[in-house]
Design a protein around this ligand. Structure first.
Ligand SMILES: [Fe+2]
Length: 289
């Protein structure tokens, strides 16, 4: 029989899963046990603290629904989402870097012709965006499918704005022979991550801000290339230094250039997106995706 104490229990648990047939499951669960036991030892976790942690995770699960995913938000604010992405999606040919997908992407978005206005009825600073999609050698990628979605000037996505039928500030565009897509909209504003759940509780306890810097989400899919899920961040946003989900990167900063033409004032954004070829374990590249 087992006769364990705090010096022998970790080895006993590892022994109990050592014969797991699935090698990846064995590897991951062994690491979970080692790190979790180390955590308990390191901080001298008390019974009431473990009970509080179980209660926190229980309530986090209870908040989840088809419209809300508090666990993904928890992963985001702990930096796990971006760490997994960084390890899984290394760019070896200078390709555009990823950022978090976030909770506001929708499959039921309309497709637009290049140059369309995605937010004709929204108020705010008018915006013109021109993107070019190229491969790692700088050759334009025609026919790439480009999803864009962003908030309005007040930081609200269409799904959170009462009275919007269908969608706004989102759409699917396809690049032309020069790899170019363009659209018009309104300039997005900064917004807070949801603060009314367990993650908000945690963030207040840690005295961390909830505000995300203003950004435009972009997802690019093209045959033969690794998909890119990323964002363009307004480069003068005051929240860039403390993005609560750690999604900012220097390469994803974009200048919103104040411009005037016959129709009045607007802001202009240009960005070049670089796609990397799909790699396999036996093909070129690092074989990690
Ligand atoms: Fe967003």
């Amino acid at each position: 029989m087992l006769d364990l104490d705090d010096t022998t229990i970790t080895t006993a648990v590892l022994d109990a899963i050592a014969d797991t047939a699935d090698p990846r499951l064995r590897e991951i669960m062994s690491a979970v046990v080692r790190h979790a036991h180390d955590l308990v030892r390191e901080v001298g976790l008390r019974e009431e603290e473990w009970a509080a942690a179980v209660d926190f995770l229980t309530r986090t699960g209870q908040l989840c629904s088809p419209r809300r995913q508090e666990f993904i938000l928890l992963s985001d604010v702990l930096g796990i989402t971006m760490l997994v992405d960084a390890l899984q999606n290394r760019r070896t040919f200078g390709g555009s870097e990823n950022s978090v997908l976030g909770p506001f992407f929708r499959e039921d978005r309309p497709e637009f012709a290049s140059g369309a206005d995605l937010a004709p009825d929204r108020s705010g600073i008018r915006l013109q965006v021109r993107g070019q999609v190229v491969n790692h050698r700088g050759v334009p990628v025609a026919g790439a499918r480009v999803d864009v979605w962003h908030s309005d000037a007040d930081g609200h996505y269409d799904s959170d704005i009462p009275g919007i039928e269908g969608s706004a500030m989102r759409g699917l565009l396809v690049t032309d022979v020069d790899g170019v897509f363009t659209f018009r909209s309104v300039a997005p504003g900064a917004y807070p991550i949801p603060g009314d759940g367990t993650v908000g509780e945690l963030m207040r306890g840690l005295e961390r801000p909830l505000m995300r810097p203003a950004h435009i989400h972009v997802r690019i899919v093209a045959d033969g290339f690794a998909p890119v899920t990323t964002m363009l961040f307004r480069d003068d946003d005051p929240h860039l230094d403390a993005d609560p989900v750690f999604g900012t990167k220097k390469s994803l900063l974009a200048r919103f250039v104040p411009t005037v033409d016959d129709e009045g004032e607007f802001e202009r954004v240009e960005h070049r997106f670089v796609l990397e070829p799909v790699t396999t374990d036996s093909g070129e590249g690092d074989g990690r995706r």
